[in-house]
Design a protein around this ligand. Structure first.
Ligand code: ATR
Length: 279
């Protein structure tokens, strides 16, 4: 019998990654034979580790913080969406030995927002907090949904303005600092800053969330993040973390590697049950 195909996620740190659990559930559901592990890989050894992994028969990799830009560079060729975001979270070894790079974060977020949470983004005012790699990967897919406007706000305002400039040919977008937000209000506020990871929150006026507005934190944890709590206190209709996006981006990676798309709802339900159970 052939050994199962090997996959892994590389990140630094990687300790609490849920990706091995998600892909094990996908494999169980689809009957695919595969193994999926998590490996702590610092940026300095990333290229060697990727080349070794594929040389030893590995079939595909996910790359997470802080390796997505390096993964973009190592890919021999890339999807259009990865090209635009300049970040890659999925690598696949093709039969000709070439390494293909894709970015499934944007589609993962859009599926969670529009399919799982049933939100329409068309003609809505969206606020995106943060101007780092996580924001870069989702701006194109967000603008594709044709919001009336996308505002990027960042602690360092110049970075928000620069990012808006880079994507301005895709739709109505602008960049500013948190302090410039005063008078505007939004239907959807997305948190893509690294603040949640440190248990922190950008200082935001609560009236920037419109009545019936929604809050979405790209980060996730065992407990509601500070931003999810902020959304609840601001009266959001929906205020959730990024566990759904995590499962959706993984499903898209699974599709790239295996040619089949697992059902995501049961997997999201399992993960939610498991974190409720451990509280
Ligand atoms: P990632 O690739 O995960 O997006 P990054 O490129 O380091 O990581 O970007 C982190 C983002 O979180 C940036 O927008 C950063 O703001 P600055 O550009 O001003 O550094 C933001 N960020 C990090 N810690 C923050 C905090 N405590 N409050 C507000 N924003 C924060």
């Amino acid at each position: 019998m052939q050994p199962p195909d090997r996959y892994a996620v590389f990140g630094h740190p990687i300790g609490h990654s849920k990706s091995p659990r998600i892909h094990a559930l996908f494999a169980e559901q689809t009957g695919e034979q595969l193994s999926y592990t998590a490996q702590d890989v610092p940026p300095e050894t990333f290229e060697t580790c990727v080349r070794d992994f594929f040389a030893q028969g590995g079939k595909g990799l996910n790359c997470t913080v802080p390796l997505k830009e390096l993964a973009w560079r190592i890919a021999d060729y890339r999807s259009e969406r990865a090209e635009h975001s300049k970040a890659v979270n999925t690598l696949a070894l093709r039969p000709d030995g070439m390494i293909y790079g894709d970015n499934t974060d944007g589609i993962g977020l859009i599926r969670d927002l529009t399919v799982n949470l049933k939100l329409s983004l068309n003609n809505r005012r969206i606020l995106l907090l943060g101007a780092g790699g996580a924001s870069r990967g989702i701006i194109g897919p967000l603008l594709e949904q044709r919001p009336s406007h996308l505002t990027i706000a960042n602690r360092t305002p110049e970075k928000a303005a620069q990012l808006a400039e880079e994507f301005c040919d895709l739709g109505p977008i602008s960049g500013c600092g948190f302090f410039d937000l005063g008078t505007e209000s939004f239907d959807l506020i997305l948190n893509a800053t690294a603040a949640s990871l440190a248990g922190e929150l950008p200082n935001l006026p609560k009236n920037i969330l419109r009545p019936r507005g929604c809050c979405y934190d790209l980060a996730y944890g065992m407990e509601p993040t500070p931003f999810v709590r902020w959304g609840e206190e601001a009266g959001a209709d929906i205020s959730v973390d990024g566990i759904g996006m995590l499962v959706e981006q993984a499903a898209e990676a699974f599709f790239i590697w295996r040619g089949m798309r697992p059902e995501t709802r049961p997997v999201i339900d399992v993960l939610n049950r498991e974190r409720r159970g451990s509280r």
